[in-house]
Ligand binder design. Sequence first.
Ligand SMILES: [Mg+2]
Length: 208
Amino acid sequence: MKIVLDFDDTIFNTFLLMQEFRKIFNSLGFTNDEFWGAYRQCKKDINDFDPDIFSDIIEKIRPYDRNQAKDGMQSLTESSSDFIFSDFFCFLSFAKKEELILLSYGLSDFQKNKIEKSGIVPYFSEIIVTARDKADDIEEIHKKHKENIILIEDKAESIDNVKRRVPEVTTMKIIRPQGGHIKKKSELTNYIIQDLFKLEDIINKLRE
Ligand SMILES: [Mg+2]
């Protein structure tokens, strides 16, 4: 069996990291609205968050000390391990390394750095940072391993695309408080979960 885990808002508290980034920009004179407006613009422009592109966008509001912001964001990224949800470590007590694949959407070095510094890499047999539709990657994993696959992910659209393409994948939509995709409901997911606790029974059943 393969258990494919998403990163942001699934095992990583992206909301909390962004709150810390916001505080840096608050200290440089930007309001919360200015920060979140630039954040949304960045997501809209590149479908991702990238500190450099975000810095360009917010600079259009007014000039600021870019180096201070860059240093602040960099040092928080270095501490990415502080933002892993604690239930992930409970989850590791019943999920085996050879089963675990991390599948994260991201285009930037920031995303790769965040994953690396989070300290979770040694717990996975494979790390995939993709810029494609996740259904493409899941289809490849399915062809390669010919085993049962579980996908744990917070984004409804990704789950539904996977279910349409590879219906035999068992999907779990995780709803983290304040996650970026909590409002959109998945039409096709097999399970809706609040956290990674108490999954042992379901996973054991799927192993049979
Ligand atoms: Mg996610």
